[in-house]
Design a binder for this molecule. Structure first.
Ligand SMILES: [Zn+2]
Length: 409
């Protein structure tokens, strides 16, 4: 078998395309394959797919293909241009590559697979022997294809979360599909507009189909949701983990204050106990159980704050909003009489938005999925060695977490 025939088979080229020439350059570790078409062939308009005659040829282009026996393999061809009566002169569709890509379809698929599985982009680049920019181009095109192919299906449960892009400042808003665990939207900042952009891009049917929106108690998100969704008030659920986090912070503040006072008197009862108070009671490691029980029995303010916090957790066990509200009313009275300012503040915060806290009893959603995606996003950030450009970061998030069909066809 001649080398041209061999590559014709390997590349899977069919009429009118054939391999004209194969040049092996061992010194450069590469194979160059020249591809041509029958002169009388007709091609298809890339827009309407109509069969057209060849108008002329564009300059020669080169595509990188999968390596053959460790040798970098390149395909050379002059792309025929067709004259479509409707769309004018256009580059014909090629069977081995998509427009604008410098890689053949198989190579691009392979790069996508390797990036998805490698823990760093640099690693993927080394394996595939491509540059960082090339790898990013592949990711970008993959995301673009995926988003074009994505159908306007209804996402019933969404989670909205903020993510610090650089430490301390510069936030991003992330909207995810809580059922599929995918990122649906990434936007700059954490303002009302950040979320409004997501809602605005949906069809009316998609907006109507949203049954639950899990989020932190963050006013701009509430505003954007209220403005965009009908019956938003009954669809927003403030994330229970976020509320409990606030409650834990309150317990910690009480402990800090009390510890300072006791230390001044030379009593170090609370020293080194920070985490004991923050555990959910059943999660406290067994080795601390006894000491913690003794500590709780002391008449401490921290102990009271802790008991109020632990009791609040029952709120999310109720099956009906009415019962949950009744429970909360009792709990609220207790919290308010506690004379513990941080605790009272959290109690007020919950009360001001109680409807969107007890809505959990009906809708049963939390942002747990979003938190999981969050850690995946953090690993993407590490994988790409930190992003200077937020658009590249967004793109990488969609690439890895968007649930998109990335492959060229
Ligand atoms: Zn056409």
């Amino acid at each position: 078998m001649k080398d041209t025939q061999l590559y014709q088979q390997i590349l899977g080229l069919t009429d009118p395309w054939f391999v004209k020439d194969v040049e092996l350059k061992i010194g450069e570790q590469r194979v160059d394959i020249s591809v041509e078409h029958r002169p009388d062939a007709t091609f298809h308009c890339p827009v309407c797919d109509r069969a057209c005659g060849v108008y002329d040829h564009a300059d020669e282009r080169v595509w990188r293909h999968l390596d053959s026996c460790q040798l970098k393999t390149f395909l050379h061809a002059r792309v025929p241009r067709v004259g479509c009566s409707e769309h004018g002169i256009r580059n014909a569709k090629l069977p081995w590559a998509q427009t604008r890509s410098r890689f053949t379809l198989l190579m691009e698929r392979m790069i996508i697979d390797v990036i998805l599985r490698c823990s760093t982009i640099t690693g993927a680049c080394q394996i595939m022997r491509v540059t960082w920019d090339e790898a990013f181009g592949v990711m970008q095109r993959g995301v673009m294809r995926g988003q074009e192919r994505k159908e306007a299906t209804v996402v019933k449960q969404i989670g909205v979360d903020e993510k610090a892009f650089r430490k301390g400042h510069s936030y991003m808003t992330i909207v995810c599909d809580l059922e599929r665990s995918t990122v649906e939207h990434v936007a700059d900042d954490r303002k009302a507009e950040s979320l409004a952009g997501y809602y605005a891009a949906l069809t009316p049917a998609q907006r109507l189909g949203i049954e639950a929106v899990a989020m932190d108690m963050w006013e701009p998100y509430v505003q954007a949701t209220t403005a965009a969704l009908p019956l938003a008030a009954s669809r927003i659920v403030f994330d229970r983990f976020h509320i409990m986090k606030k409650m834990n912070e309150a317990v910690n503040k009480v402990r800090l204050g009390e510890h300072r006072e006791l230390s001044a008197l030379g009593i170090d009862t609370l020293k080194g106990t920070k985490h004991w108070w923050l555990y959910a009671e059943e999660n406290l490691p067994e080795r601390h159980t006894e000491s913690f029980a003794e500590l709780k029995a002391d008449n401490l303010r921290t102990s009271r704050a802790w008991a109020i916090k632990e009791t609040l957790r029952k709120l999310w066990h109720y099956g009906s909003e009415t019962w949950a509200t009744k429970f909360f009313t009792r709990w609220f009275g207790w919290a308010k009489r506690s004379r513990l300012t941080p605790v009272k503040q959290v109690a007020d915060m919950i009360k001001s938005r109680l409807q969107n806290v007890v809505s959990y009893c009906t809708l049963r959603v939390t942002n747990g999925v979003a938190e999981g995606l969050n850690s995946k996003i953090m690993s993407i950030k590490r994988k790409c060695c930190g992003f200077r450009n937020p658009d590249n970061f967004k793109n990488a998030i969609y690439f890895h977490c968007g649930g998109l069909d990335l492959y060229p066809r």
